[in-house]
Design a protein around this ligand. Structure first.
Ligand code: NAP
Length: 472
């Protein structure tokens, strides 16, 4: 017979199971949608299990804080509605920004819970230390996430340079630790300090927030996915610490899973840039000027239609424009016209590892037409045309020639080796790393300016017109 306690334990156990299985299924493109649904179910079960105590059902999960059921219900519904509305408007290109925002929300929640816990003076000894550590991690992650999200907003790609940054970061961290020690002393001794307890907590959170600002403000947009993932790992660690304080295994497990996944993602993102996490967070980038020639979509489409071999390179702009289905159509039309078509995928293309593979799978482009970076070396020299769609850094040879670049050493796709290179971009914007691409100034290169989706639509129209004219 199930009582409240075992029901709470069971729902938390199932929550952990769903989340772990969901993350496992997220590893492959074909099962990722199912994985997301499983993780969502796990989160719902975790919320349900945590709320049971409110009705006296799950005493084991009883937290130290009081919860107003109606307010909690309103907050849950408002949060769900906001997330639902936002997901309707979300675009593939804003994934990293959404990751940063959601991480900021999680960190804000942790900070609020830790602050309430500290206000109640309930935690003692190592629990108090864990609560303070969680609050500090959350404060750093929160300010970092807000800055990262603002910088990832289109048009806000700006880095702030601070001299003596390491010293400032160390000073803010030391100030936070000193304030934390003061709070612990006040909490344990009940000793009235010259600063009121709430003031101490505010200063402690502010010192952590300033530390996050100092770390994130100078980071270039190219390196933000690394910073966002590191922030994610910090939030995960804070969740796990609070799970231990509140004796909630579900929080401990999920927190540690987040730490592992985010650390892995930070590692992959840094590797995609060809350097370490530390370098990605602390290194600046010089810029190169460029001069480019253009052509129109219809013209390029006709040349592609009559080419022998075409290699296509998708990049972030394809995801931002949600133009993958149009790309699928272009590939189909070229194949039908007897063109040897390949799509070369760089592991760093886009903003999230595996993003291009997912988009190409969604667009119905079969694996036999896709070549990965390692196998793409010879493809371009034998190609009549390379079509670069919203990619920049992944076809930038400067990464192997300019040693001062932070992406120095990142292998790129040699699209410039094709006889003719077409590049679809909206304008002369630099790549994610902030470096201009010298290949776009090459004799063989023609830019096709415009949003990737509308340019590809024009290409499809031109190819279909060409077919009709030929049939007539
Ligand atoms: P990129 O270097 O960021 O270049 C994308 C280009 O797309 C921009 O130059 C932009 O130029 C254009 N663009 C943007 N929106 C567009 C639209 N709607 N239509 C057409 N063009 C559009 O992208 P990438 O070549 O894919 O390289 C990815 C970068 O992200 C690399 O630096 C990589 O290291 C970094 N990164 C990737 C990952 C990952 O896991 N994939 C992780 C961390 C970092 P305009 O503004 O002129 O249009």
């Amino acid at each position: 017979m199930l009582n409240g306690n075992s029901l709470g334990g069971l729902s938390e156990f199932l929550a952990v199971l769903c989340i772990l299985c969901g993350l496992w299924r997220l590893a492959a493109v074909s099962t990722s949608s199912h994985g997301i649904r499983l993780v969502c179910l796990g989160l719902l079960l975790a919320i349900f299990g945590s709320l049971l105590y409110r009705f006296g059902a799950n005493v084991a999960a009883s937290p130290l804080l009081n919860v107003d059921t109606y307010l909690a219900g309103i907050a849950l519904m408002a949060g769900a509605a906001a997330a639902w509305l936002r997901s309707k408007r979300a675009q593939g290109g804003s994934l990293a920004q959404r990751m940063a925002l959601f991480n900021g929300l999680g960190a804000a929640g942790i900070l609020a819970i830790a602050a309430l816990e500290l206000f109640t003076h309930a935690a003692r000894g190592s629990q108090l230390l864990a609560t303070l550590s969680a609050a500090l991690l959350a404060a750093i992650a929160l300010s970092g996430a807000l800055v990262a999200s603002a910088k990832l907003q289109e048009g806000a790609h700006r880095a702030w340079y601070l001299s003596g940054r390491p010293a400032l970061i160390s000073a803010s961290l030391l100030a936070a630790i000193a304030l934390g020690a003061h709070i612990a002393h006040a909490a344990l001794t009940g000793d009235a300090t010259r600063i009121p307890y709430s003031g101490l907590l505010g200063l402690f959170a502010a010192a952590g927030g300033i530390c996050g600002l100092l770390i994130t403000l100078p980071i270039r947009v190219a390196d933000l996915p690394v910073a966002v993932s590191v922030g994610n790992a910090m939030t995960g660690a804070a969740v796990a610490l609070l799970g231990w304080v509140f004796n909630m295994p579900v929080l401990m497990i999920v927190g540690m899973v987040v730490v592992g996944a985010a650390a892995n993602l930070a590692q992959s993102a840094a590797k995609a840039l060809g350097r370490s996490i530390g370098d990605a967070l602390f290194w600046d980038i010089p810029a190169i000027a460029s001069e480019q020639r253009s052509t129109d979509a219809g013209n390029a489409a006709i040349f592609m239609r009559y080419a022998r071999k075409v290699v296509i390179v998708p990049g972030y702009g394809l995801a931002a424009a949600q133009a993958h289905h149009k790309l699928g159509e272009v590939v189909k039309l070229l194949l039908a016209a007897g063109v040897d078509v390949k799509v070369a995928v760089h592991p760093s293309a886009g903003r999230i590892p595996g993003q291009m593979d997912r988009l190409l799978a969604d667009a119905g482009i079969a694996g036999q037409f896709i070549i990965q970076l390692a196998d793409a070396a010879d493809s371009f020299s034998g190609a009549d045309i390379a079509l670069v769609i919203g990619a920049n850094d992944v076809v930038n040879p400067a990464t192997s020639t300019i040693k001062s670049l932070p992406v120095f050493g990142m292998p790129t796709l040699a699209a410039g080796m094709a006889r003719t290179l077409y590049v679809i971009k909206r304008g002369q914007g630099a790549g994610y790393s902030g470096i201009a691409n010298p290949v776009f100034q090459g004799e063989n290169c023609r830019m096709i300016y415009g949003d990737a989706q509308s340019v590809l639509a024009n290409m499809i129209e031109a190819m279909k017109r060409g077919e009709l004219a030929q049939a007539a």
